[in-house]
Write a protein that binds this ligand. Sequence first.
Ligand SMILES: Cc1ncc(COP(=O)(O)O)c(C=O)c1O
Length: 370
Amino acid sequence: MIWKVPYINLGKQFKNLEKELTAEFKRVMNNGDFILRADVKKFEENLANYLGVNHVIGVNSGTDALYLSTDALEIKSGDEVITVAHSFVATAASIVYRRAKPIFVDIGDDYNINSNLIEKVITKKTKAIMPVHLNGRSCEIEKIIDVAKKYGLFVIEDAAQALGAEYKGRKVGSFGNLGCFSLHPMKTLSCAGDGGFISTNNDFLADKIRTLRDHGQKIKGDYLFFGHNSRLDNLQAAILNVKFQHLDEYIKKRREIAEKYNEELSSLPIILPPAPSNEKYFDTYTSYVIRTDKQEKLIKFLRAQDIESYIHINQPLYSYPGLNLKNFHLKNNEKICKEILSLPIYPEMNDKQTKYVIDSMHKFFSEDSS
Ligand SMILES: Cc1ncc(COP(=O)(O)O)c(C=O)c1O
């Protein structure tokens, strides 16, 4: 289906970068440089500089970034990890995969973990906190780091949706012990398929994760554990290094569209995304999420106007296998799930398309109230 306004448009992004990307593709293919070669190293250096951290380790996906993190921190059966249900399923899965128990905390109106509730659920079994920076907005990470320090807990930031987002001028993924990022096609910086990376300032963890992503073991420096095959492909890294040069421009464009939405949709009976960026938050708008009590009706209406929109997180309260979410206090989470809707937002979206979405939103609510 060809939409008047698709949710994203990676074909257009490719057209804009076709010459550089094709040249890189040919170079890598001609050289046969596929596994852990110079382009991966360059990508890791680019991203470490960008985030202001000592190490970045390229891996196979954002999911693997989380799995390798819980693995590297030796989270194990009997441990508890505090996190949110209002996230992509991989967040909780990375805890369950270690046979540990996710302890879900409710979210605030910014869609992120309510940091005031964390201390209440800490027990002797708590090993780590795994906050998520959802939709390209930082959670209250400074407060979470303080709580973690007080109780001697690890912090794994799930920054899969938040590359470039800042809290008080500092990039997310640089606060905790480990930061986990996704390079999935839906993300602000994306490769041609799956990819991800981990950020850290800790030399030991960086080395351990580099070993874990490449089948584990390590003879002289000891270790000797089994590992994974989770390396970021060199071809993907070459593609990413081209796109990385445009990352700030992509974020700027997303923020401009969000600003237009914020202005032009403010008169409608909907809840807009959390207050726009200020001295505390720099948002990247990986998703532009509104809230409405007419979620399903609005999606259908937009579809009829040829506009692609999504309910990104509508399932988790009931579909985490083996976990009964009714055991947790997730009132706001439950309410918000029934109201959220993500509007199209991507750097290649033109003014005409943005206006069309805005006009269609106005049309829906004027027809709906009449
Ligand atoms: C919050 C969050 N965590 C983890 C992931 C997993 O990333 P990937 O799809 O690259 O495996 C995603 C991907 O959508 C995500 O949004």
